[in-house]
Write a protein that binds this ligand. Structure first.
Ligand SMILES: [Fe+2]
Length: 423
């Protein structure tokens, strides 16, 4: 049984199933966890969220006894997502009852390969149809977005890892599949409802369809583009939007992302030069997912960056992305930029210092603080594979919470090369 509570009614021992309200107000990087420390409780109570959904079966205390707790009707089957029907006061919650099946990384990799293959072919067919003037049919793409979403749900890293590997001649098509997967993963992390998640998946598949108006000679050119070629490339959001607007069943999110995925927060993007608040959440998400996949893929003019390098670089481009949203995107991937304070499952804190492992998938973290003794320890570099194991990186942590008053100074000191000094 699920119960909805106001945040001030939360107690230690309750298992959080979901947060409701604006995603920006969510106080944690995870959406589901047991409240087991006074600090977690304080952060929940101090947050600006509308409500918490508590899972009774996983709680150590009875949520129904809490002030204002409202039971939520539940259909049979495994819970996959919570959709809030926004009404006045306490709202009813409906749940998607599709069965979820846990899968190993190897099992899901095989399934994900098939999903990617099918999706890539569908994107190729869609691009070829668009070149011939055929209308894009969203109803053909929706099941693919759903299959990609289900694969991510069973094992998020399997499909997201595979779509990074692209041959040069298939980049355009697999980039669309990759942006679809990233958008779905990101949208779920932000707690958007499942209908919106699926629409954003379709938006990922369709975002670059305007590239059918660009010749291959320009699209695949390894060198610098001249002014005419640049104009041709920068026209693709408008061309894509116009093409999609001819079809009746294209989700509004897909139209928006097709038109706005090259806009920047400081207004220096194209085609509209929109800035700040004029850019919707969907447009900002599209811009982040599009660039992240582009820079983590091998291109004719540049070798792929590791996920950590990509996020570090993206964070350093002022005015390009919404910084708070970019942080949430990193959280959604479980990969953080260099310089981020992270918590390790064995009770230590560390700072991300770079990428590790053969494929650059792992993160290297300099461990420097013991949360039990609240004291700094001799710094030590450790590599953490994203596939987990123990100990693992739990997530981003707050320098303010740990009272690192001048965080920039602490970070600089810890990240500085060891002082070999004179003996
Ligand atoms: Fe694009």
């Amino acid at each position: 049984m699920l119960f909805r509570l106001k945040p001030e009614a939360a107690q230690i021992g309750m298992f959080v199933h979901a947060f409701e309200g604006r995603w920006i107000d969510h106080p944690f990087w995870r959406r589901r966890f047991l409240i087991d420390t006074p600090d977690q409780l304080a952060r929940i109570r101090a947050s600006g969220i509308d409500a918490l959904v508590i899972d009774q079966s996983r709680s150590r205390v009875a949520p129904e006894a809490a002030t204002g707790a409202v039971a939520i009707e539940r259909r049979s089957g495994a819970v996959r997502a919570v959709t809030v029907e926004r009404r006045t006061g306490w709202a009813a919650v409906s749940q998607s009852a599709r069965q979820t099946r846990p899968a190993s990384h190897a099992q899901e990799k095989r399934r994900a390969e098939r999903v990617i293959g099918k999706s890539k072919q569908a994107v190729i067919d869609m691009f070829e149809g668009a070149r011939l003037g055929r209308a894009v049919e969203a109803k053909k793409l929706a099941p693919l977005a759903r299959a990609i979403g289900e694969s991510i749900e069973r094992h998020s890293r399997a499909l997201l890892g595979l779509v990074r590997l692209k041959q040069k001649d298939e980049y355009t098509y697999l980039h669309s599949v990759a942006v679809c997967a990233l958008m779905i993963n990101f949208a779920r992390h932000l707690g958007l409802d499942e209908e919106e998640v699926q629409a954003l998946g379709v938006a990922g598949l369709l975002h670059d369809v305007g590239k059918v108006a660009i010749t291959d000679a320009v699209l695949l050119k390894p060198g610098k583009l001249d002014a005419r070629e640049r104009m041709m490339v920068e026209h693709h959001p408008v061309a894509g939007h116009a093409l999609l607007a001819q079809s009746a069943d294209i989700p509004a999110a897909a139209l928006e992302v097709a038109l706005r995925h090259h806009e920047k927060m400081d207004g220096s993007g194209y085609p509209g030069g929109l800035s700040g608040e004029a850019l919707s959440l969907h447009a900002r998400m599209g811009a982040i997912c599009d660039v992240y996949d582009a820079v983590t893929s091998d291109r004719p003019y540049k070798a792929a960056w590791s996920p950590c390098e990509a996020l570090t670089a993206m964070q350093s481009w002022p005015g390009h992305f919404d910084p708070a949203l970019l942080e949430r995107f990193a959280d959604s991937l479980g990969i953080w930029p260099v310089g981020t304070l992270v918590r390790i499952s064995d009770g230590h804190l560390g700072i991300v210092t770079g990428s590790g492992g053969a494929a650059g998938e792992a993160m290297v973290v300099r461990i420097f603080f013991d949360c039990d003794t609240l004291a700094e320890i001799e710094p030590e570099d450790r590599s953490f594979a994203p596939s987990g194991g123990e100990p693992h990186v739990v997530g981003r942590d707050s320098p303010r919470f740990w009272r690192f008053d001048d965080w920039d100074v602490v970070r600089h000191r810890v990240m500085a090369p060891p002082d070999r000094g004179a003996a």
